[in-house]
Design a protein around this ligand. Structure first.
Ligand SMILES: Cc1cc2nc3c(=O)[nH]c(=O)nc-3n(C[C@H](O)[C@H](O)[C@H](O)COP(=O)(O)O)c2cc1C
Length: 200
């Protein structure tokens, strides 16, 4: 992914007009089981920002997908205010996205569930407030019991996918031999991307 800052930087042709071409050089393929971690920023109903880590399930030409429990606080937040941010960090690189959140379609949600590890498939079923309140030994016993009873799982009704459609993408590059720099893409009314360079 990143070379830690010693190699080529975003310049010239690459990514000149289309940030998604550039994304393909920064993000792993969607079928790579090592999923990148993102900090999802939302605005809560109190007006305070909130943030938490989520996996990037996949991305396409529309934007970035994450998956979660439909009863979660983050879902309440994006239902109240669908504007969100995503931050991904690697050695020598950072990607910050601002975008509009909408529910993913059913096929995408199913695809993402099928591509989750067995542990995360189980977690989607058992990660409830009621389960969290039970003592550890009982949580372990109930987890093992549920696991043994369900060799193959479909997504629970609370499994929910969300698409973050970017309005701004900021690619930060750090280098040991000169100042860091950002390359920013802002979506215009026409849908075209305006590209600019900013200090790091
Ligand atoms: C490494 C890591 C990955 C996580 N991935 C997800 C995820 O993909 N989806 C999710 O809903 N929560 C994920 N979580 C848990 C969230 O960070 C968070 O605790 C949970 O979703 C509840 O957030 P909320 O109350 O703001 O909705 C992850 C946590 C960690 C530490």
């Amino acid at each position: 992914m990143s070379d830690g800052g010693a190699g080529a930087e975003i310049d010239g042709e690459i990514g000149a007009a289309d940030p998604f071409a550039l994304l393909a050089t920064w993000l792993p393929a969607n079928d790579d089981p090592a999923r990148p971690l993102m900090t999802l920023g939302t605005r809560s109903s109190s007006g305070y920002p909130d943030a938490r880590s989520v996996l990037l399930s996949e991305y396409d030409e529309r934007g970035f997908y994450f998956h979660t429990d439909s009863r979660s606080r983050k879902v309440e937040d994006v239902t109240g205010d669908p504007r969100a941010s995503l931050t991904l960090v690697w050695p020598g690189r950072q990607l910050v996205v601002q975008g509009d959140v909408s529910r993913a379609d059913g096929d995408e949600e199913l695809w993402a569930y099928r591509h989750r590890s067995r542990y995360l498939q189980l977690l989607a079923w058992l990660n409830t407030p009621e389960f969290a309140a039970v003592p550890l030994a009982e949580r372990q016993a109930r987890w093992a019991e549920f696991d043994a009873a369900h060799p193959s799982l479909d997504p629970p009704p609370t499994w929910a996918g969300y698409l973050v459609r970017p309005v701004r993408l900021t690619f930060w590059e750090g280098r040991p031999d000169t100042a860091s720099r950002r390359t920013e893409f802002t979506r215009e009314e026409s849908g075209a991307w305006e590209r600019s360079v900013r200090a790091g």
